[in-house]
Design a protein around this ligand. Structure first.
Ligand code: MF3
Ligand code: CO
Length: 249
């Protein structure tokens, strides 16, 4: 799983560097598919329930599952990039949201808070914790900044299938759901809106958008539960992790 997830991390690292005004999400999709196949892996999303691409690219008020297209990214956009791969029977899955050129200070704050919320969720991913402790930490951080957590999509167990039990909601009270045990691997993926939490799915059957049109961000890591604490299998070498100190409870 570490090998599968490192392919995802490397692909996202390359995509992040490519993002600039004028680049299309179809260009990004072609790049990720080429990189994944060169690495000897298979794109996990292509063909999954009929999804047509290797990348999910969700721009501005698109929340998740945006389909790559010839649309050019423009300065001021934010774009969520979500990549999954299958390598020798095991899945990897990760996402990040990138600013295109200069974006509004509100958009910058949305990206920062969503990434921080993911890190607070990861910090809960320890032997003996309960699944809902993750979502609780995420929701507290997001709502403390006046943003909202999407309810319709959740994180998930991951392994020999892309989506395994348990579901990992990004909200909830502490102390519910399965207890985390050594060797479990979870994809934790907060989706955060500036405005209201409600989302709609467009007529393409995939693209989820905020109902109120507000901006939305998405960050995801695949995390193994180990006796030494959370092991983030999709951590990027050049990742600039937001540092989070102990979360107030
Ligand atoms: N990271 C997302 C998830 O885990 C992406 C799935 S896209 C799909 O659900 F096309 F595969 F559905
Ligand atoms: Co996922």
């Amino acid at each position: 799983m570490r090998a599968a997830n490192q392919i995802v991390a490397d692909a996202l690292d390359e995509l992040r560097a490519m993002v600039s005004p004028g680049v299309t999400t179809a260009d990004l999709d072609a790049t990720v598919e080429a990189r994944v196949r060169e690495a000897g892996a298979t794109p996990a999303f292509k063909g999954y329930r009929g999804y047509p691409a290797s990348l999910c690219a969700s721009i501005n008020h698109e929340v998740v599952h945006g389909i790559p297209s010839p649309r050019k990214l423009a300065t001021g956009d934010i774009v969520s990039l979500d990549v999954g791969v299958l390598l020798e029977g095991y899945y990897g899955d990760s996402a990040l949201t990138v600013a295109v050129g200069t974006v509004s200070s509100e958009a910058q704050e949305l990206l920062r808070v969503t990434q921080e919320a993911l890190e607070f969720g990861i910090a809960q991913t320890c032997v003996g914790a309960r699944v809902s402790d993750i979502g609780h930490a995420i929701q507290c951080h997001v709502e403390a900044h006046g943003f909202s957590v999407v309810r319709e999509f959740v994180g998930h167990g991951i392994g020999t299938k892309l989506h395994e039990e348990p579901q990992v909601p990004n909200y909830g009270e502490r102390g519910h759901g399965p207890r985390l045990a050594e060797g479990m691997v979870l994809a934790i993926e907060p989706m955060v809106n500036i405005g209201e939490p409600a989302v709609d799915v467009l007529d393409d059957g995939w693209t989820a958008v905020t109902r109120d049109g507000s901006l939305s961000a998405h960050f995801e890591h695949t995390v193994a539960v180990t006796s030494a604490g959370p092991d983030v299998l999709t951590r990027q070498l050049r990742d600039v992790p937001v540092s989070v100190s102990a979360q107030a409870s």
